[in-house]
Write a protein that binds this ligand. Structure first.
Ligand SMILES: [Zn+2]
Length: 301
């Protein structure tokens, strides 16, 4: 059923960029990953931003307290994914856009990020875990590392400062309802930061204020499939209203092309105008990731 919709649209050569995927795979899955990416390329997916975790100090038991349930990790059991993700990126042309997941960063920020930037990372991922009341039910970063909330904020602010100074996109999971004031603090302190608060900022009601006040803020539809399917008209109105800020994203793991295809179909099923669909699939992701105009598509093979 998914295929017919996708094939029908193929003639339009719509470029699709997924701004929100995760790694969770190791080199043992290299072939499976390449096969999946080739399949997606045929469907028009030109780029996928993939988050790769680093873990410099946590043991297996601690690490899982910072990872949401329901994602099967086929890669490094301690979630040191940087090397594997960079390998995948090398093996698959220009398709992958590696972003460093900083949630478990412990110690010096600037030099650590700089080192990874030189190695090939092109953006940053974060997850705001200030306390146990976060929407994912994960442990907090302060309790995990034995630091104060103030020290945690200092760490995050250094990450934002680095991203802004180096013009890197930041994908930052954060609940606008619970942490709206901190969110505004970030945006006021880093006005030039290219930032995406995914999943419609977790709750659309609180997040509207952010989108209205900060037109440079992006968001994405990753993990929203059940919500959108339950209430397609409301979400299609929302996306149309914020048509310059909503990006395509799937939360797929790098070895799950079927999830990306499901999300492509989801967007097409919403019957957005052609212009808005193009913004969501391609123009907004390009602006967020800093990929330049569509004319620069020689690298899309
Ligand atoms: Zn995600």
């Amino acid at each position: 059923m998914g295929e017919s919709l996708i094939q029908k649209k193929q003639g339009t050569d719509q470029e699709i960029i997924d701004v929100h995927c995760h790694c969770f795979a190791g080199l043992g899955q290299a072939e499976r990953v390449s096969r999946g990416l080739a399949q997606l390329r045929k469907e028009g997916v030109s780029h996928m931003a993939v988050m790769g975790l680093v873990n410099t100090s946590l043991n297996a038991q601690e690490v899982w307290k910072l990872i949401p349930e329901g994602f099967e990790n086929l890669g490094d059991p301690l979630f040191n994914e940087a090397d594997n993700l960079l390998q995948f990126a090398q093996q698959n042309g220009s398709m992958l856009f590696p972003m460093l997941d900083t949630r478990m960063l412990n110690g010096e920020v600037q030099s650590f990020l700089h080192k990874h930037l030189l190695r090939g990372f092109r953006g940053i991922k974060g997850l705001y875990l200030a306390d146990e009341g976060n929407d994912l039910g994960l442990s907090s970063v302060p309790s995990t590392f034995g630091i104060s909330l103030k020290q945690y904020h200092q760490r995050e602010w250094k990450i934002f400062a680095f991203a802004e100074a180096n013009d890197l996109p930041v994908l930052y999971h954060m609940d606008a309802n619970r942490y709206g004031e901190v969110m505004q603090g970030i945006l006021d302190d880093f006005p030039r930061l290219r930032i995406n608060f995914p999943h419609f900022g977790i709750g659309r009601k609180a997040f509207r204020k952010i989108l209205d006040r900060y037109p440079n803020v992006s968001t994405d539809i990753a993990f929203m499939l059940p919500h959108i399917q339950n209430n397609p008209e409301s979400y299609s109105d929302f996306i149309s209203h914020y048509q310059d800020q909503v990006c395509f994203g799937s939360d797929a793991l790098i070895y799950q092309p079927e999830v990306v295809l499901e999300y492509i179909e989801l967007v097409r099923s919403m019957k957005l105008s052609e212009e808005i669909e193009k913004k969501v699939f391609s123009e907004n992701p390009r602006r967020f990731l800093g990929l330049g105009r569509c004319s620069e598509q020689a690298d899309l093979k």
